[in-house]
Design a protein around this ligand. Structure first.
Ligand SMILES: [Zn+2]
Ligand SMILES: [Zn+2]
Length: 293
């Protein structure tokens, strides 16, 4: 996005760094789970269905990850330009009629945007996601939402399994009934701080993994809620961001060119919850092309 300025220019090289980092992190979490937690949980007689759930979520997640990476987000070309121009109405504010993309030399359909990373115009552009190294647009937003949902679910499941394991372990070992001798030679009853220290020293990798997946669950969960809100109200991240900027025109940190007219963002595309969700899962042009046949 041009508005972010040159400091994000480095991210604009379309490379696979974040895709590889994503797979490495996911690989590390699942290796630790398989190597340590899975076996220990089996010893504590956890249900196998419950222990296999993270693997099931991983498989589904990788399928949607691949679909998000590989699916054409809705690239606008000379061949489909006219078709896309008919999909959404122009609002004469954020998306005026008869705008051209000088790079692609195409007329800009409403709700489209030129992605500077991929160097193409995308229909119903949402954002460019570095983690899947692709634009998210009309044709792959549904895969992206399922990808995000399963990623959040696998992090949350991992967090629950690790927490239940550590709690069970403390219960089974009767750790709370024990006493220990402190630095001053006094006999002390085991308290929560002691238990946490004990777990950290005995299972450092599991405690570290738990911290990581808990933080991840909250971050992904919040982002998922935001994406679902946008889907339910038929907005793209691009429109939401530009709408928020228009609202924030008095904020001193937002630079406004003196000649710029204050934009008031009005969501003209929302047609009610079910209709909005149908638009995500049955994108307009694919639908339109099917009708024509
Ligand atoms: Zn373009
Ligand atoms: Zn892109």
């Amino acid at each position: 996005m041009r508005a972010f300025g040159p400091h994000l220019k480095a991210l604009e090289d379309r490379n696979h760094t974040f895709v590889i980092l994503h797979l490495i992190l996911q690989g590390m979490v699942y290796t630790e789970y398989t190597w340590e937690i899975f076996g220990l949980c089996q010893e504590l007689e956890f249900s196998l269905n419950y222990l296999f759930l993270p693997y099931l979520l991983l498989i589904v997640n990788l399928v949607f990850f691949a679909l998000s990476c590989e699916t054409n987000p809705g690239t606008i070309t000379k061949a489909n330009e006219l078709l896309f121009l008919q999909v959404y109405e122009f609002d004469e504010g954020m998306f005026p009629k008869n705008m051209r993309c000088s790079t692609c030399d195409l007329r800009k359909p409403a709700r489209s945007k030129h992605c500077s990373v991929c160097n193409r115009c995308v229909h119903r552009f949402d954002h460019h996601c570095v983690w899947v190294n692709n634009c998210i647009g009309a044709w792959n937003i549904r895969y992206f939402l399922f990808y995000l949902l399963t990623l959040t679910a696998s992090a949350a499941t991992m967090a629950v399994v690790s927490t239940v394991f550590l709690v069970q372990l403390v219960m089974v070992s009767d750790l709370y009934l024990e006493t220990y001798v402190d630095d001053f030679g006094h006999l002390q009853v085991v308290d929560t701080v002691f238990v946490i220290q004990y777990l950290f020293l005995t299972f450092p990798r599991i405690v570290f993994l738990l911290g990581f997946v808990v933080v991840l669950s909250f971050l992904l969960g919040s982002y998922l809620c935001f994406c679902l809100y946008l889907a339910a109200t038929n907005q793209t991240t691009n429109e939401w961001y530009r709408g928020a900027r228009a609202w924030c025109q008095h904020c001193p940190h937002v630079a406004w060119t003196p000649s710029a007219e204050p934009q008031v963002y009005r969501n003209i595309h929302s047609r009610g919850l079910w209709s909005n969700l149908r638009e995500i899962f049955l994108p307009a042009v694919a639908h339109y092309e099917r009708k024509k046949k």
